[in-house]
Design a protein around this ligand. Structure first.
Ligand SMILES: NC(=O)c1ccc[n+]([C@@H]2O[C@H](COP(=O)([O-])OP(=O)(O)OC[C@H]3O[C@@H](n4cnc5c(N)ncnc54)[C@H](OP(=O)(O)O)[C@@H]3O)[C@@H](O)[C@H]2O)c1
Length: 247
């Protein structure tokens, strides 16, 4: 008799714990933003769905902050060369907290703060990414402040130090100097000891000079003539995100 009661209790416990597991699994949902068609802000929709599960080699990250950049907008409009197929979740860069580990993951723990540059997908509560794409973030940083460093500063750093290989004392011209990448170039360029000139419209002039650049108002001045007037010899390096007739 006792054995029968024990078996029945064990069965009930097993049943209730597996239904609790199912309920927990059902209740893990998240929201993300999708681009439904290429266009303006009306192309964005919020969807709620099952939380993604990390596959082998992946880590599920709870997004704490996602960057908003010009490339995100260009992708939403469908004009960026790396635009994903519709529908997609925008979000080039993120700071997040490790939430769940997929199979075969070691060397990273739930709760750890990480940065990533997935190119798309960061406008979500949770995102699953390969472990190799995650970079640990020093503790104590504000997530929104830290995320501002990822896309624009990685781009600026690579252009300065990997492409142009700038040296202290060199003279550089930065187009769009008051923008996201431009202001990152100015800040990193100042650390590298560069002499910097930056094109911008007049409202951006004070930001450019505050960051150590000499502003050139591209809307009212011919920047080529202005560079020759200011330097007489021209510059060593030009960082140009505008293209077209500039080149
Ligand atoms: N990894 C990558 O390859 C990567 C990463 C990030 C960005 N990008 C690219 O870099 C470019 C800039 O991005 P961003 O995030 O810095 O954009 P942003 O913050 O919108 O800045 C762009 C700046 O361009 C300036 N501008 C517009 N027309 C100009 C002209 N004719 N001459 C000089 N300046 C002009 C604007 O200056 P005013 O407001 O002063 O008029 C604006 O501040 C984009 O093409 C983006 O796709 C590439």
């Amino acid at each position: 008799m006792r054995a029968a009661i024990r078996r029945s209790l064990q069965y009930k416990l097993r049943r209730s714990s597996s239904s609790a597991r199912r309920a927990r699994k059902r209740s893990v949902r998240h929201t993300r933003i999708i681009v439904t068609h290429y266009g303006g802000p009306d192309a964005l929709r919020v969807v709620e769905e099952e939380c993604p599960e990390p596959k082998d080699g992946e880590v599920r990250v709870r997004v704490l902050a996602a960057g908003v950049s010009l490339p995100d907008l260009l992708m939403r409009e469908g004009v960026h060369p790396e635009t994903p197929r519709l529908p997609f979740t925008p979000g080039w860069d993120l700071i997040g907290m490790v939430d769940k580990l997929g199979g075969g993951i070691s060397g990273i723990e739930p709760g750890q703060i990480v940065a990533a540059l997935p190119i798309s997908g960061a406008y979500a509560e949770f995102v699953c990414l390969p472990q190799r794409e995650l970079v640990p973030v020093p503790s104590g940083l504000d997530a929104a402040e830290a995320v501002s460093l990822i896309l624009n500063y990685v781009t600026a750093y690579e252009m300065l130090h990997r492409s142009a290989k700038v040296r202290s004392g060199q003279r550089v011209l930065i187009h769009g100097a008051a923008g996201g990448v431009g202001s990152a170039l100015l800040q990193l360029g100042r650390l590298a000891g560069l002499e910097m000139y930056g094109t911008c419209s007049s409202p951006g002039a004070s930001a450019v000079s505050d960051l150590g650049g000499i502003p050139i108002d591209y809307q009212h001045q011919d920047f080529v003539k202005e560079i020759h007037r200011l330097t007489s010899e021209g510059v060593d390096v030009v960082f140009d995100s505008i293209g077209g007739t500039h080149i």
